[in-house]
Ligand binder design. Structure first.
Ligand code: FES
Length: 149
């Protein structure tokens, strides 16, 4: 049994410490906003925040998140920067199929919390690990600029 601080609440989860954080979040705690894409740390669909850092939940053992604060898309509205990013995504209609967008938003929020006004190159670097098969990259970049204003 481990205690995971997830979206501001302690959850007691009967899981092994080596279970990927993604499965603990989705299948055990029941927050389905975090998506499974590649399972190998390559696509970014599973991005959550661990103590504010954008983190790939598919390759992070849940045991490593014990004692830290894990935030998923479901609780991002409670974060002022997360709120602004989500609003910008809506304003610009960023999503196409939408599958990767939760991870994109989590990474963009972590970027803006560390760098409130990134230039295109900094956005490119920060977002490089988040893949979008629909090719919404231009709208993602524009939405990050809107959120930064
Ligand atoms: Fe975790 Fe692709 S599902 S990076």
């Amino acid at each position: 049994m481990i205690t995971l601080n997830l979206n501001g609440k302690d959850h007691s989860l009967d899981v092994p410490e080596e279970m990927p954080l993604l499965w603990a979040i989705r299948d055990v705690a029941g927050y389905s906003g975090t998506k499974f894409g590649c399972g190998m740390g390559l696509c970014g669909a599973c991005t959550v925040h661990v103590d504010g850092q954008a983190t790939r939940a598919c390759i992070t053992p849940v045991g490593l998140a014990v004692g830290k604060k894990v935030t998923t898309l479901e609780a991002l509205h409670a974060d002022p920067v997360g709120q602004v990013v989500q609003q910008a995504w809506l304003e610009l209609g960023v999503a196409q199929c939408g599958y990767c967008q939760g991870g994109q938003i989590m990474t963009a929020t972590a970027l803006l919390k560390g760098n409130p006004n990134p230039d295109d190159a900094q956005i490119e670097t920060a977002m490089a690990g988040n893949v979008c098969r629909c090719g919404t990259y231009n709208r993602i970049r524009a939405a990050i600029h809107v959120a930064a204003d």
